[in-house]
Design a protein around this ligand. Sequence first.
Ligand SMILES: *Cc1c(COP(=O)(O)O)cnc(C)c1O
Length: 364
Amino acid sequence: MIQPCSKYAPIPMCDLQLSHDYLKAEINHAIMQVVRSGNYIQGKQCRLFEIEMEKYLDIKHAIGVGSGTDALFLSLLAAGVGPGDEVITTSFSFIAAAEAIVRVGATPIFIDIEPLTLNINASLIERKITQYTKAILPVHIFGKSASMVAISNICLDHNLLMIEDCAQALGGRDEQNMLGRGDFNCYSFYPSKNLGCFGDGGMVTTNNDKSAERIRILKNHGSYQKNYHFDIGINSRLDEIQAAILRVKLNYLDQFNGLRSMVALAYNDMLKGVIKPINQDHVYNQYTILSNKRDDIKKALSYNNIASAIHYPIPLHKQLVFNSKEKLPVVEQIVNEVLSLPIYPELSLDKIETICNIINEEVV
Ligand SMILES: *Cc1c(COP(=O)(O)O)cnc(C)c1O
């Protein structure tokens, strides 16, 4: 293999060590408090984090769970989605939501995307609604809000549940509201998310008391009273150490999201000849450009020790596991053009300039 011979220091996709350095004292203190308490599961930290998230998201119930994937699975279970049901979702995302739909025994119905937002194309949803449709599951891809006003109206008109995958969009807004106004809203605290812990973690939020109770029972072996089981659940809890870390980082989320936006604005300013993300209702978990020279750009960056990533190279309806016969032309084209560039709150202007110069040289 040819070794890159860059004059630049390597630039990773995200640099978790940097934000940890900034918060090290607070986080170490929070971790040690949990260690000393001897209470590692379903304790005070998790409950306090839930209350702080309820306040931050302006929602009645927030329930910590083991991961974003579990948040989706538990939401579908609690919503009563099961065999014979269809759930409408986007073909352009990480597999977790579609996987959870199949896990509960239902069928994902994949919809094509809007070429500029890369989100589910709301104008294509209604023709896919059948007597079996139970829910719509939009994903705010890369941190950019899906068209929530249109999708909410479709849910109301057709009496469908809305389950939102907010894993990449914590702190984001749509045209009118804070994201996460669905019947169930699912979050991930995977380390590279806008609010990340030091392992796996997730959350479901809802304004409905009964739904919240269902999630609380299902995530804890079908039980809310020790030794009494009311349902068949799973074990999916947010541990105390993760909750304690998340409580510290939640205080900085808006600041870090603001810095991500500034990085994105700098990219928008300096990049030429590529399609850039829409600069509205976006919290930039990823900064993803489109170019028909994608592979050349990726190679040039890599030669200079700069990371980039293809999210996602295969549309979900083309994954063999889903065995779908759909033809979705926009997403099938776009997977050949997407390239995510390094983005994290501390990414410096001179590094952004270096990255942009290399890209501009490839495309112009
Ligand atoms: C990260 C992610 C998930 C899954 O979250 P985990 O915590 O890793 O299980 C689901 N959906 C999307 C869009 C994601 O980016």
